[in-house]
Ligand binder design. Structure first.
Ligand SMILES: Cc1cc2nc3c(=O)[nH]c(=O)nc-3n(C[C@H](O)[C@H](O)[C@H](O)COP(=O)(O)O)c2cc1C
Length: 325
């Protein structure tokens, strides 16, 4: 039996196999963040190859949280018609349609985001990046609301799942980082405080999208390795997300099988110690045999294949051939 090609069900949503296209920014938006015709074709082709779920690239929840000039948006009702066409294009091919929601925070583009970037504290994400302005608590709550509004639009547009981008140093992940978050209020300090904005965002999204739509949260650990993010920290974050009503945990890695936290155990295996949530893992699974091994050996329930699927629209079809399905 080939594990990668067995179906999997989460709540009322059935995935035809275990292959996920993770979010990858691909210049899919016009100047106002609406989906272009080229992007509709791009995503439809990858759905048609048999992929179980496509998580559409990072899509801004707030005009002030934009990162890319040709990025997608879900911060206004004017985005609804093209988002609907995109969900329909993906679903027409039997593929589950999901969309990732992002606020750029310290990694936003100031020229697109009203002239400034914002974050937990005035700590620049890199030496050449502008200094972000520290958000007030009122602003934090308003951004959480923006995520909920955008998620509600995505579901209204026909997406069966929304993914909260809590990885890679964008706003929600920048709060998790002890190096970038120097706050002394309820959103800084202990990891339970640093994870508060992510958990509250998921909670608000859960309330808004109802029980049926799937809520995915993406996190990353590899970018916080240098600051000592530990397995105990991961446990706090993951359990907070579970309590907030997340349905699937998506872990972005720099190598799905890599030992983590100084032990020979992969991050997917670590996460399983803390939660019964289904797990998606991304990172280096472009060879179908590796994607199969990741699922068969229990590193994840769903394998995300990024750059390999970006360059080969028919990756999933070719994987079936390679694995003899
Ligand atoms: C061009 C490009 C764009 C990406 N955009 C996003 C994104 O929008 N959101 C996100 O969470 N990750 C993004 N990623 C990371 C991928 O989702 C994935 O985790 C990474 O490519 C590792 O998987 P792979 O080894 O299969 O390529 C991007 C990666 C690439 C190469």
């Amino acid at each position: 039996m080939i594990a990668l090609f067995t179906p999997f069900t989460v709540k009322k949503v059935t995935f035809r196999n275990r292959i996920v296209m993770p979010p990858m920014v691909n210049g899919s938006g016009d100047e106002e963040g609406r989906v272009t015709e080229a992007a509709l074709r791009y995503y439809r082709e990858r759905a048609a190859a048999g992929t179980a779920m496509i998580i559409v690239e990072a899509t801004a929840v707030d005009e002030k949280g934009r990162c890319w000039r040709t990025g997608l948006g879900a911060y206004s009702d004017r985005h609804l018609p093209s988002l609907q066409r995109l969900s329909e294009a993906i679903r027409a091919e039997g593929c589950v349609a999901a969309v990732q929601l992002v606020h750029g925070g310290p990694q936003g583009a100031p020229e697109l985001a009203g002239g400034e970037t914002v974050g937990p504290s005035a700590v620049a994400p890199s030496p050449d990046a502008p200094l972000p302005r520290a958000l007030t608590v009122e602003e934090i709550h308003a951004i959480e609301q923006r995520f909920a509004d955008a998620a509600s639009r995505a579901v209204q547009a026909g997406f069966q799942a929304v993914e909260i981008h809590g990885a890679h140093g964008f706003l929600l992940d920048s709060f998790l980082s002890s190096a970038r978050n120097r706050r002394t209020d309820a959103y800084g300090g202990l990891v339970s405080n640093r994870a508060r904005i992510l958990a509250e965002t998921c909670e608000r999204v859960r309330e808004r999208i109802g029980a049926d739509a799937l809520l995915i949260c993406r996190i990353s650990v590899f970018n916080k390795r240098a600051e000592g993010f530990s397995q105990a920290d991961l446990q706090v974050v993951v359990q907070g997300l579970e309590s907030a009503g997340v349905d699937i945990l998506h872990i972005s890695t720099d190598g799905a099988f890599k030992g983590c936290f100084g032990a020979g155990k992969s991050i997917g295996k670590w996460a399983r110690e803390f939660t019964r949530l289904p797990i998606i893992v991304a990172g280096g699974l472009g060879d179908p045999r590796n994607a199969e091994r990741a699922v068969a050996d229990g590193h994840c329930d769903l394998a995300a294949v990024g750059t390999a699927m970006m360059s080969d629209a028919e990756w999933t079809k070719h994987a079936a051939e390679v694995l003899g399905v």
